[in-house]
Design a protein around this ligand. Structure first.
Ligand code: NAD
Length: 303
């Protein structure tokens, strides 16, 4: 099977590319390397260095005529989206729209879209379900939601099918301290420099941390299942920042100096995504607990 991974040189994309190559796919990567790194790519992947917003990416898709596009390229930095909402919209909305238009013309069968738990905003629920109301509180999440809606309409109007995967906070080897969900990477970066950790708020805020290899498995499952569906890729387990630090300390077998700072405005306090739909729609469930995923991750920290 021929596939394109936009953002394939990024953190999640590069792990996905490795697995797709092992799966026997011909893998093309479209990436402008703005946050990505070509050095991470599997040597059998074919890299096209271009911007999803430009004509070159559309021309690539028209030439490659992939069966499936995994669309991960994005402006994925929440704080940057608040500082520069126009740039965010250009990449995440217009870039997605241009990709959809190119896909329709090239006869692509399916788009698998990387979306986010951020679309729900601050929903006061222990476990969020896919049909709960959406109410983004950052331009990043708003632009992702717009991308979702375009996918939905493209399926209705043109028959281009999709699976929307709303990820929890993804973590794992190769993650950089920038971007969405980067708290674990930020901690790793600071600990590698011998620095203390800063926690914004009281540390009791929770996230649904999902290990990157589980996210990759969900993307692979979506190649064959989940057409027209929006599905959480998550553990369904909340983990507080304080607990996270405790697990890291246990795994590194060292005490960690932590400083508590005022909470950042716009930060979501609790976020946990129910993952039972994925079991039915994708026949997928996470294989890694937070302890197992962190054990794999800290191995790669230069500490
Ligand atoms: P990343 O920044 O590591 O990867 C994004 C990739 O897209 C990079 O390689 C970058 O160079 C490329 N890119 C950015 N703008 C581009 C453009 N205009 N044209 C072409 N390429 C471009 O981020 P990531 O953490 O790997 O995230 C991948 C996807 O998953 C993103 O769509 C993100 O919104 C989504 N997501 C991530 C998380 C998370 O916790 N990391 C959570 C939810 C959703």
């Amino acid at each position: 099977m021929k596939v394109v991974v936009t953002g394939g040189a990024g953190f999640i994309g590069s792990h996905l590319v490795h697995r797709l190559v092992s799966h026997g796919c011909e893998v093309h990567v479209i990436d402008n390397l703005s946050t990505g790194d070509a050095g991470r790519l599997h040597n059998e992947a074919i890299l096209h260095i271009c911007d999803i917003c430009g004509d070159q990416a559309a021309a690539c898709i028209s030439l490659i005529k992939p069966d499936i596009i995994f669309h991960l390229a994005a402006q994925a930095d929440v704080q940057r989206s608040i500082a520069d909402p126009s740039h965010d919209a250009e990449v995440n909305i217009m870039g997605t729209l241009r990709l959809l238009e190119a896909s329709r013309k090239a006869g692509v069968r399916k788009i698998i879209f990387a979306s986010t738990s951020g679309v729900y905003g601050e929903l006061n629920k222990d476990q969020i379900l896919e049909d709960d109301p959406v109410s983004p509180i950052s331009f990043y999440a708003l632009s992702k939601l717009a991308g979702e809606r375009y996918l939905h309409l493209y399926q209705q109007c043109f028959g281009l099918t999709y699976t929307i995967l709303r990820y929890g906070n993804v973590y794992g080897p190769g993650q950089t301290p920038k971007g969405e969900g980067g708290v674990i990477a930020v901690f790793g970066d600071r600990l590698a420099q011998g620095l203390s950790l800063n926690v914004y708020g009281d540390g009791n805020q929770t996230r649904d941390f999902i290990y990157v290899q589980d996210v990759v498995s969900a993307n692979l499952a979506a190649m064959y299942k989940g057409d027209g569906e929006t599905i959480h890729v998550s553990t369904g387990q909340p983990t507080s920042i304080n607990r996270l630090i405790q697990i890291v300390a246990e795994q590194l077998n060292q005490s960690i100096e932590t400083h508590y700072k005022p909470a950042k405005t716009g930060d979501i306090v609790h976020s946990c995504l129910n993952s039972s739909k994925a079991k039915i729609a994708l026949d997928w469930k996470p294989a890694y607990t937070i302890e197992q995923g962190l054990a794999e991750t800290v191995k790669h920290w230069p500490i």
